[in-house]
Each structure stands twice: as C-alpha cells, then as structure tokens.
Design a protein around this ligand. Structure first.
Ligand SMILES: Cc1ncc(COP(=O)(O)O)c(C=O)c1O
Length: 400
C-alpha cells in the first residue's frame, strides 16, 4: 500500500458514509484500457467505472472538449440555450432513428425517475387518472432513488426503505404469459433492461423482447427500455434494443454517454414527449455545457472508431474463450451477455475471491454476488488483452 492510499483510506473511513466497500487500491491515472495506481502499478481494466468509460480512460478528444468548454463557460442552468446541449439532443435523436425529443439529467437513476414521471403523465393524459402502473422485471436494476428503487425488483435493496412508491408490479424476465396476465388498463408502461446488468447479466431473449413490443402496441402501453448500461455501443448497436428491430417509446441513458462524467438522458418519441409541459420536470445541472461538450465528443469518437463493431467482435472472442475454459475445466457453469457486456457464472461461490486475486495480479474485475464475474471493459479492448484476462482468471481460480 502506498502512503497516499493509506491516508486516503483513513480519511474515507473517518468522513465518508459507509455506503461502499472499497478495494485497497487507488487509481490516479488511466489511458485506454489501462489504469495506474498511486505507486505506479499498471492494471488492465475490465470494469471501466461500471460500464461508464466506453472510449477508454483519458481519451484525448474528450479531455480536449472538457478543457476547452471549461475555460469558456461551465454553468448557466436550463433557463438559457446551450449550443452543445441542443447539438447533443439532435445527435441522440438521429442515433435513435428520428422523431424524438430528449431531456438531460445527471445520472442513470435520475433518467429512470424522469422516465417514470413521463410514462405516468402520458398514461393519465391519454388513458385516464387510474393509468399509472409500471411493470418491471424481477432481478432488474434501475437505480437507487425512491422511484427507480421501486422499479428495481430486488427485495434486498428495497426492504430497508419501505414503504416505496405505489403502482409497480414485478414479473419474471422472459416469461410472456406472466406479463400478459399482468397488463391491464391501469398499466401505462413496461420497463426493461435489454440485458439486466446489476442483476447478473441476464439478457432478454429476442422472442421475448419482440413479443413485449407487440403486446405494448396491442394494449396501448409504453415500452420503456432502460439503456443506462447497455447503451452507447456497449453491446454493438448504439442502443441494445436496436439489434432486435424494435423501437422504444422511452429510452433512458447515462453511464458511458459522456465517457465517465455524470450525465443522464431520457429519449422519448415526439408523441410521448409531448406529455411533458413546461414546469413538469427540470434539473439545475442537467445538460450543462461542459458535460454536453464531453458527450458530443464521446458519441462522435464511439462512432468514428466503429467501437460498436469492435464490441461485437471482441465480445464474441471473450465469450468463446470463456466457453472453451468452461468446457476444459468445469469451473464456469454459464457464459452470457451481448457485445462487451459479458458474465461468467462460476461453478463454485468464489467470485469475490477471484476478483480480489485478479486485482492483486493487475486485472480489474467486478463480481456480482458469490458466483458471477462481470466483464465490462472499455470498447477499445483488444483480443490480446482478453488473452491476458483469461490467463489471469484461470490462475486465480486454480489458487482458490
Ligand atoms: C440499467 C441501469 N439503470 C439505472 C442505473 C442507475 O444509474 P446511476 O448509478 O447512474 O444512478 C444503473 C446503474 O448501474 C443501471 O445499470
């Protein structure tokens, strides 16, 4: 442990609320997929700030956009026009296929919170005052503020904060009959992650997702797709649901949109967005000039670098390598995910120890619970780095 890490850990213990269990490492610099700690050790990053740094660390175009804008103007609020905000909204609408409007927030949970409000407002205006229920999937994760936490169907995260919001129902993922039985005239929206991230990397099946879209059309219910983790080319296309040929009525974004700076966005069809009137929703910081300059540079670089295509190719390489390892050793019970959002379900409950052992060997990994290792590298990740990852995982699993 370096001296700076020691001091910082002591300050955290004394002054920061105990909401996080932090690792005994402090990163002070990054470049691409690489991170460097306070004593100069190099690491390969397969977490990327929990899927927030898709371009890799300290991308020069993003750094230039931030510094240039920060030197000119940092904040004016939403009372005034901001060029980068308007241009970013246009870019997101184009990526989503046109015919949409955007609202900018500051995080994933705030985007979800706004999406819940928008869906309720649309339901009440179009289908009557009793149309406000929202259906989400068991094991989902949509955030930690009270509305988003109610949508998050994980009792372990909810119970301590009851009572939560009324009007939410949870159904098993990929079970169309359960969903059909739950949708009635009080339901304004169904909200899904295309691949459940925090719940352990569980994808929707293509049949389910397309059938949910059809069900929404038949019953006049909105489809809200939470793309906070799956968006921004993480799984290949700009937004994961686009791979299934379906459209979202409302989509939430955050995480990688500004390559690691705090931002969130709600993208809704013109018809749905019209349910919000002036004063219905707002944010002091949402869509600020610096964040939007960073996001514009991020979206441009993700596209120019064809990183969605790289995510598909390198993600397939990772899944193949994990599958071969599973077949050879029996240490991996399941490999799942899309693009560079991949998980290995271990056969033994040693995921936390594997992540710890890998960190000691210079590979940053994330475990979800006892058995799942999640891989969310920056999209600039190459096959050679996957080879190092696999060799490390193999060595650490053998030690345990
Ligand atoms: C799908 C999804 N929605 C919402 C959130 C909440 O985002 P944030 O932590 O930025 O509030 C997350 C965070 O992991 C997420 O994965």
């Amino acid at each position: 442990m370096g001296e700076l890490l020691d001091k910082t850990a002591a300050l955290d213990a004394a002054y920061h609320m105990g909401t996080y269990t932090r690792k005994p490492v402090m990163f002070v610099r990054g470049e691409g997929i690489r991170l460097y700690d306070d004593v100069g050790r190099e690491y390969l990053d397969f977490v990327s700030g929990i899927g927030a740094v898709n371009l890799g660390h300290a991308h020069p175009a993003v750094t230039a956009a931030i510094t240039e804008q920060a030197a000119k103007l940092v904040h004016v609020s939403n009372l005034f026009h901001v060029e980068h905000r308007a241009r970013l909204a246009e870019m997101l609408v184009m990526l989503a296929g046109g015919g949409r409007k955007v609202f900018f927030a500051n995080s994933g949970t705030e985007s979800v919170e706004g999406a819940i409000k928008l869906a309720r407002r649309w339901g009440k205006l179009n289908k009557g005052p009793e149309c406000y229920r929202i259906i989400t999937a068991e094991r989902s994760f949509h955030g930690r503020t009270l509305g988003a936490l109610t949508a998050t169907a994980q009792p372990s995260k909810q119970e301590a904060f009851a009572p939560l919001l009324p009007g939410f129902t949870h159904v098993p993922l990929n079970d169309l009959a359960a969903l059909e039985a739950t949708v009635d005239e009080t339901v304004c929206a169904i909200m899904l992650e295309v691949v459940q991230g925090e719940g352990g990397v569980h994808p929707c099946t293509p049949e389910y997702l397309t059938a949910v879209r059809t069900l929404c059309d038949e019953r006049g219910v909105l489809l809200v797709v939470d793309e906070v983790q799956t968006g921004m080319f993480r799984t290949g296309p700009a937004f994961a649901h686009q791979a299934f040929g379906i459209e979202a009525d409302i989509m939430t974004l955050a995480k990688a949109l500004a390559n690691g700076l705090p931002i969130g966005a709600i993208v809704a069809t013109d018809e749905v967005a019209a349910a919000f009137a002036p004063g219905d929703h707002g944010s002091t910081f949402g869509g600020g000039p610096v964040i939007c300059a960073a996001a514009l540079a991020t979206v441009h670089e993700l596209g120019a670098g064809r990183l969605g295509e790289q995510a598909i190719v390198v993600g397939a390489y990772l899944k193949d390598a994990l599958t071969a390892y599973a077949e050879k050793t029996g240490e991996v019970a399941d490999v799942r995910g899309r693009g560079l959002m991949v998980a290995a379900e271990l056969s033994r409950p040693i995921a936390a120890r594997v992540a710890e052992g890998a960190l000691a060997r210079g590979v940053v990994l994330n475990n979800i619970g006892d058995s799942v290792i999640r891989f969310l590298p920056p999209l600039v990740c190459k096959e050679a780095e996957i080879d190092t990852l696999l060799a490390t995982v193999q060595a650490v699993v053998e030690e345990n």
